[in-house]
Design a protein around this ligand. Sequence first.
Ligand code: SAH
Length: 248
Amino acid sequence: MLERIRIVLIGTSHPGNIGGTARAMHNMGLADLALVAPRCEPLTADTVSRASGADHIVHGARTVETLEQAVGDATLVVGASARSRTLPWPMITPRALGARLPAELASPEARVALVFGREDSGLTNAELQRCHAHVNIPTNPDFSSLNLAAAVQVLAYECRQAWLGQQEASTPAEAAPPQPLASHEELERYFEHLERTLVTIGFHDPATPRQLMARLRRFTLRARPERMELNILRGILTATEQQAERRD
Ligand code: SAH
């Protein structure tokens, strides 16, 4: 289960935090690290020093340019943020996230990505809106922002607790979903198609979006669609586009 949990760091600017993340991950038995457009050299003396023997995790990390590349295959994407947003996203506590993991990862093709933001500005709204859920580590409300590697530590700990609980109970995880869930990449292709179609039929004006796409994203992500269900929705969009073309 732990092998299929990926830690994704976006735009990290301090190599020490990458080393600290590697240590936190290795302590808890996680190994899959992805760096999205790091704003520093990932492997420096600071990295190695803070990794304290876990720098192999950084050597094995994948560095990519975009969030999509880091989480394209994930069936559950969760964004970690200390801040609440104007358009609230489905929230989950670290403990509740851990409790969900055995069932989420029951099927061998399932992948979970935990996404962390920049040290100075965190995750953007657009990045959070690409996640199924927003995990917030409950803290002192007057001082809510943890160091990046410390935030990774808290969530990695909850992952390990969930895994240990599963081992102890030695009960099979809840039944896997009957159909594979849509991956992040499939969802993104669907959102592009949906937006294009809504513009074509005159329902959506990209010049005055009024959070329409964000709301549709939140609604769709909350539903956790299966791949098959998304294919049906895309079929409906294609038929809609064809009808619209005929009328032109
Ligand atoms: N100043 C930033 C916070 C950066 S902390 C801001 O305004 O958002 C770096 C990253 O650590 C955050 O992007 C988030 O992914 C994680 N993090 C820090 N504190 C957290 C908390 N209380 N809950 C969830 N994630 C947190």
